[in-house]
Design a protein around this ligand. Structure first.
Ligand SMILES: Nc1ncnc2c1ncn2[C@@H]1O[C@H](COP(=O)(O)OP(=O)(O)O)[C@@H](O)[C@H]1O
Ligand SMILES: [Mg+2]
Length: 366
């Protein structure tokens, strides 16, 4: 899949974007505050109906206007699809191939997207929620019944938690436990299977980018050798006290270590950025291998914290994933592009996005 046409209106400071991206590599350059990240935000809206910078859509909608729209035409093999999103403060409208759609996941299914930003280190540094999201992104795209399972699990979990808080009888709670164990088992199996496919690729990418291979421990959300049904029963008094369920896949965690030490304690900032990029690129490659599905990868401010050699190594790996790539840079000269590599350059200035011929913008290397 690749985006062959992108239109955006009233997204931040952008002025009527209308571009035809390159199927492989797109370089977006311009001064600070020109609108580069906003352009990535528009693409993100098309995949998730959300911004990655804020939960408040009114901050993304252009000042003095009341709604934003983004439209994209995608090429997926021989097929084209049209995705459209319109968001105002009150309403979100999604259209896929001209039909109204009420689930964001339909967009995400069409447009699998990975974003690498300078703030990306939060994936290792913040709580487990971000890492579960990372994991679930992959499983969602690889295993098509996963979303339904995941939703079923969370519905039951909420019902069990409500029952705990309402001091319902043990027999009543046991009813939820059975359903909970069933979907918990299925979610956990899918996650394990996904990780065992992903890890060899991640080892390889991590070696390429930072010269070291991580060890992963996947914590499923309850002690490895214990039976979840028994645990739920045994921890019922404590669950009642706390008003929520302590064990289950909603507590899963991914821990990455290098030589036995947690990644976030040994990696420098630059290495962290590269390692997390390796994690995301591994997901993209895995999806291409498993599903034959091409993703979009966006790298905001690629040059930040990386020297010339590391930028080149990251670009190399990005290109090897076969994804459609969007990279932002303050100056086009910050990245050397191999001479034979097809690409397009877009210059952003005060919200205007214009295609530039590569020769006008960049130094090509052999
Ligand atoms: N809702 C909005 N309406 C209009 N302009 C906005 C809005 N939100 C932010 N801006 C402006 O958009 C500009 C572009 O921001 P950004 O995309 O982050 O630039 P870059 O990534 O190129 O540094 C900034 O000058 C910012 O002040
Ligand atoms: Mg920016």
């Amino acid at each position: 899949m690749s985006i062959i046409l992108l239109r955006a209106n009233q997204v931040r400071n952008l002025k009527g974007v209308d571009i035809e991206p390159h199927a492989q590599l797109n370089i977006i350059f311009g001064e600070n505050a020109s609108g580069k990240t906003s352009l990535l935000e528009a693409i993100h809206l098309l995949s998730t109906a959300k911004s990655f910078r804020t939960h408040r859509i009114q901050h993304v909608i252009q000042h003095e206007t009341d709604k934003l729209t983004v439209f994209g035409r995608l090429q997926t093999g021989p097929h084209t699809h049209q995705l459209g999103i319109e968001r105002s403060r009150r309403k979100t409208e999604i259209r896929v191939d001209g039909q109204g759609v009420n689930q964001t996941s339909v967009l995400t299914r069409h447009l699998p997207l990975q974003l690498i930003t300078p703030q990306v280190s939060s994936l290792l540094e913040q709580g487990p929620k971000m890492r579960r999201r990372f994991l679930d992104w992959g499983v969602f795209h690889v295993k098509h019944d996963y979303l339904a399972n995941w939703r079923a699990f969370h519905r039951v979990l909420q019902q069990r938690n409500a029952a705990l808080r309402q001091h319902q009888a043990n027999s009543q709670i046991a009813v939820w436990d059975r359903a909970l164990v069933e979907s918990a088992t299925s979610i956990t199996r899918s996650r394990e299977a996904y990780l065992s496919g992903l890890m060899p690729i991640l080892q390889d990418y991590s070696e390429t980018l930072i010269g070291q291979q991580p060890e992963l421990s996947f914590q499923q959300g309850w002690p490895q050798d214990e039976n979840l049904a028994n645990l739920l029963a045994a921890s019922l008094p404590r669950d009642r006290d706390r008003g929520h369920t302590q064990y289950g896949p909603h507590r899963a965690e991914l821990v990455f270590k290098f030589n036995g030490i947690p990644a976030q304690e040994v990696l420098s900032r630059g290495q962290t950025k590269l390692f997390i990029s390796a994690m995301q690129l591994a997901q993209v490659s895995h999806l291409a291998r498993e599903q034959g599905l091409r993703c979009v990868i966006m790298v905001d401010d690629l040059a930040a914290e990386l020297d010339n050699r590391k930028r080149a190594a990251l670009l190399d790996l990005l290109l090897s994933t076969q994804a459609q790539i969007f990279i932002t840079l303050t100056e086009a000269s910050l990245l050397d592009i191999p001479r034979e590599q097809g690409h397009k350059m877009f210059h952003v200035e005060q919200g205007e996005v214009e295609e530039r011929l590569p020769s006008q913008a960049v130094v090509l290397i052999d």
